[in-house]
Design a protein around this ligand. Structure first.
Ligand code: BMA
Length: 312
């Protein structure tokens, strides 16, 4: 059973849909804003430098209205000289505020930045919240135990694989109390080379539902696939379940071939009643959608043989 079904008219957004000439569009964050699905699209220009622009659609699949101007641009300072990448956006309903985490990339390495907005016209930049090397950050949508929580993926030096961590903050600016959450597996596993959180976790009665990407290194290059995890509601560094198998992986031509083939890379999803629309970058070239049912995913997690409690 496929938990996520591809939208039949994928890709939903390609480079040619932008009002200016670019190389590729991929890895979008997603949210609902003023009754529309709003995507924060990573756009790579023909120098190879990425910026982030906005796209809106009523149904979340077609008739995308693209902004003429980028929303987040590399400011040419020493932190963003190679671009801004892979946004995740979380609606913080307690504050009626959208928090955008993204990767700033420069010769200093990749690092995590955070911006806040209410209207997607103006924003407050909180700057670098986690120094290099770190990426794949996303916020939980509400305070947990009175503090904000953020998943992220620091890269240790030496021959150690990178794992998904969590950190907490009283004010969105200062982050601490760091704990490891999900570790890279080893050997031949699909998520043995590197892993990173996907879209912001969704709160369910069973726990925080997390989608994460896992990478396997092969002689013909990496394969990026997607797995599921369920984190404890009050202590989200506790992994209640983790899928042994990937639940979504590259198979269609637009995922197998592109600037970087064999890549599906989700950074956003929206929940409309029980339907999840998942947005992912395909082969670092285009933006695609897939749909799933939250209740089916939770049933799958509960029933699936091969999910082990706390398996890491
Ligand atoms: C990761 C990120 C993503 C990219 C993926 C595959 O490290 O940089 O932006 O989609 O690699 O190239």
């Amino acid at each position: 059973m496929d938990l996520f079904k591809r939208y039949p008219h994928n890709p939903i957004i390609s480079a040619k849909d932008l009002p200016y000439e670019v190389n590729s569009v991929f890895n979008p964050g997603a949210t609902i804003h003023q009754g529309n699905v709003l995507l924060l699209v990573r756009v790579e220009d023909k120098r190879g430098i990425s910026h982030i622009t906005l796209a809106r659609s009523k149904d979340g699949f077609g008739n995308w209205e693209m902004n003429d101007e980028p929303f987040i641009t590399p400011s040419r300072d020493e932190y963003t000289e190679y671009g801004v990448e892979d946004p995740r956006v979380t609606y913080l309903f307690e504050e009626d505020l959208y928090a955008i985490t993204y990767t700033a990339y420069s010769r200093l390495g990749p690092m995590v930045c955070l911006s806040l907005t209410k209207d997607f016209k103006t924003k407050e930049d909180l700057g670098i919240v986690l120094p290099p090397e770190n990426k794949d950050a996303c916020l939980f949508p509400e305070r947990i135990g009175g503090r904000w929580a953020m998943l992220h993926r620091p890269v240790p030096s030496g021959n150690h694989p990178p794992h998904i961590w969590i950190s907490f903050s009283p004010d969105l600016r200062h982050w601490g109390d760091h704990k490891v959450v999900i570790k890279c597996r080893k050997g031949g596993w699909w998520d043995s080379q590197r892993i990173g959180a996907g879209p912001p976790p969704i709160k369910t009665p069973k726990g925080w539902l997390l989608l994460y990407h896992g990478v396997k290194g092969t002689v013909s290059g990496p394969i990026y696939r997607v797995g599921l995890a369920l984190l404890d509601l009050k202590e989200p560094y506790k992994v209640l379940y983790r899928s042994q198998e990937w639940v979504f992986g590259p198979q269609e031509p637009y995922e197998m071939a592109g600037d970087v083939g064999k890549v599906v890379f989700p950074c956003g999803w929206v929940l409309l009643d029980d339907q999840i629309i998942l947005y992912y970058g395909a082969a670092d070239t285009s933006i695609c959608a897939a749909t799933g049912s939250l209740s089916q995913i939770l049933k799958f997690i509960e029933s699936k043989v091969g999910f082990q409690k706390g398996s890491t």
